[in-house]
Design a protein around this ligand. Structure first.
Ligand code: HEC
Ligand code: HEC
Ligand code: HEC
Ligand code: HEC
Ligand code: HEC
Length: 416
């Protein structure tokens, strides 16, 4: 916009020069001065009117439209137009993306256009804590779209990922994706790639030749940090001559999965490089979707930089309560159905010492038919104080309530 104005101003000035030079030079100077004042004004205006202010005004308007409460409307109206930032020192994140992506946390904006749209995906994460670039890359501190998205900006190594490649960053914190048999919800490409890396049409796992995160062979390059290289480093170490379309890391990797021999056909010796053999990586006959998923997967293999505190820690499997072997042998539902007295017998681990119905310890009498030997009175006295009826016994006195003793006695008395 400013550039167009400058060009127009120049044309006007040139025209003034041609028309008035011979007639009245004062007119020429007048036009010059007006232009200078005008251009000065335009620059000041441009600086006071950065791109993001437009988005904030529009967002405000949309938000007011969606709000019914007049009081709330007023407070939205009064809210300042300002640069907004998500900051996390531990993660080294200072992301100003939300200066424009304003509705990321407002569910009413689910259908709003970008950049106001609500962030419906990946809600397991607290964006206000982790920011945006941790998953999307891009230049967090910038407030102009071109700089923030940083696509094609020289000297910025991590441009905003295309939306369909965001999954390549999940592995930064979800190292469990490298564990056998684990899947990550919301990361269907990674899950597919992981599956293909083990079971594919050739039945040849990638780790037959490559090492990935410490597992596998070293016949071929270690892939553990494949995605750590910058675009520039990648181009220096790879032959991009056989790539169709834009010659970049993504296309090399994607096309290499579709046809390794085409991308790495080997080359004759030159004055500066020795000859290289064609690759031994087999053609797995991957579909485009599979090749894309594998590309996202390997480009996400990076060196580990995230502090442990922010990584995903799988919730500990609920620890099995110290249940007895009796309890193990029966399901919870079955246990619930047992008579209360029998539940107490199992719960208090009486079976450590006693056998019942063929199971349990042998250091105390078998209780399978105890109801035939002992009556209720004896049993109750024995529970309250074993020594009172069996001197020298080592059976402990259990702190049972009267109700529990009653139930236990009923149960044992019934065993005849
Ligand atoms: C100056 C405003 C502005 C800033 C700052 C900004 N964006 Fe955007 N973003 C937009 C707009 C507008 C769109 C809509 C599509 C377009 O115009 O490119 C968009 C689109 C996107 C998209 C989806 C489309 C695509 O191109 O892939 C993503 C993802 C995105 N932005 C992420 C980010 C992240 C992450 C940051 C911070 C590093 C950021 N944006 C900073 C304005 C901004
Ligand atoms: C935990 C990872 C994660 C974080 C953090 C994150 N995003 Fe996303 N984002 C995603 C995923 C996953 C998608 C969906 C990609 C897809 O559709 O395949 C997405 C999609 C988007 C889109 C495209 C939405 C569309 O409908 O086209 C935008 C824009 C975006 N995110 C912006 C942001 C902004 C701004 C932040 C910071 C407030 C942010 N994201 C934080 C993972 C994340
Ligand atoms: C900054 C590190 C980080 C990144 C990057 C990240 N996650 Fe997470 N993720 C976490 C943490 C931490 C949790 C646990 C959140 C909690 O329970 O409070 C989590 C939880 C989840 C959960 C819920 C799992 C459960 O057991 O409840 C899913 C699903 C998930 N993440 C998917 C993704 C996907 C998909 C991506 C990539 C688009 C991603 N995450 C990127 C850190 C991360
Ligand atoms: C028979 C051995 C072999 C198998 C199996 C194999 N590769 Fe390769 N791969 C290679 C060799 C050799 C290279 C290096 C030459 C080249 O560019 O192809 C390579 C290169 C690569 C590269 C580029 C590495 C770099 O740093 O330039 C990637 C990525 C890759 N393989 C991924 C995979 C994946 C994923 C699988 C499993 C689906 C796989 N490979 C299976 C032998 C193998
Ligand atoms: C540390 C081992 C030990 C534990 C645990 C134990 N007992 Fe005993 N129990 C004994 C011994 C020894 C005897 C035999 C001497 C006696 O009569 O006290 C005995 C005797 C008995 C008798 C009488 C058996 C008979 O034939 O005379 C009953 C009934 C009994 N225990 C029930 C229980 C119940 C119910 C529990 C759990 C609440 C339990 N015991 C826990 C050691 C134990």
């Amino acid at each position: 916009m400013l550039n167009t104005i400058i060009v127009l101003a120049l044309i006007v000035n040139l025209a003034a020069l041609i028309i008035f030079w011979r007639k009245d030079q004062n007119n020429v100077y007048a036009v010059f001065i007006i232009t200078i004042v005008f251009l000065f004004g335009a620059t000041v205006y441009k600086d006071s009117e950065p791109e993001w202010k437009k988005y904030q005004r529009e967002y405000k308007k949309l938000l007011i439209e969606k709000t019914k409460d007049p009081k709330k409307k007023k407070s939205i109206e009064a809210a300042p137009i300002e640069v907004k930032q998500l900051w996390n020192q531990g993660l080294d994140v200072a992301d100003r993306c939300i200066t424009c992506h304003l509705g990321y946390d407002t569910p009413e904006f689910a259908d709003a256009p970008l950049p106001y749209k609500y962030h419906a995906k990946a809600r397991e994460h607290d964006f206000n804590k982790v920011g945006c670039t941790i998953c999307h890359e891009g230049q967090g501190r910038a407030t102009e779209k071109v700089d923030a998205h940083a696509r094609g900006i020289p000297h910025w190594d991590n441009p905003l990922l295309p939306v369909n490649m965001v999954q390549s960053t999940c592995g930064k914190c979800h190292s469990e994706i490298h564990e056998e048999g684990k899947e990550l919800k919301g990361a269907d490409m990674l899950n597919l790639a992981k599956k293909l890396s083990v079971t594919n049409k050739l039945e040849v796992p990638c780790i037959t030749c490559h090492a990935i995160k410490g597992v596998g062979e070293i016949l071929a390059p270690d892939l553990s940090e494949f995605g750590s290289r910058t675009e520039h480093e990648f181009e220096l170490s790879h032959d991009l001559t056989h790539i169709e379309g834009e010659k970049n890391m993504y296309n090399w990797t994607y096309q290499h999965f579709l046809d390794p021999q085409k991308v790495t056909p080997g080359s004759p010796a030159t004055a500066t490089t020795p000859a290289s053999e064609p690759t031994i990586m087999p053609n797995f006959d991957f579909t485009p979707d599979e090749a894309n998923a594998l590309t996202v997967f390997v480009m996400g293999l990076k060196e580990d930089k995230i502090p442990g505190k922010y990584k995903y820690k799988p919730r500990a499997e609920p620890k099995p309560k110290a249940i007895s072997r009796f309890q193990e042998a029966i399901s919870h539902e079955e246990f619930e159905k047992l008579p209360f007295g029998e539940q107490i017998f199992i719960h208090y681990n009486c079976w450590y010492c006693h056998t019942l119905k063929g199971r349990g310890g042998k250091i105390a009498p078998d209780l399978t038919h105890v109801g035939g030997r002992r009556d209720r009175d004896w049993l109750i006295k024995h529970f309250k104080d074993p020594g009172s009826v069996s001197p020298h016994t080592f059976m402990p006195t259990f702190r049972l309530t009267d109700e529990q003793i009653d139930a236990l006695t009923d149960f044992l008395a019934s065993l005849k």
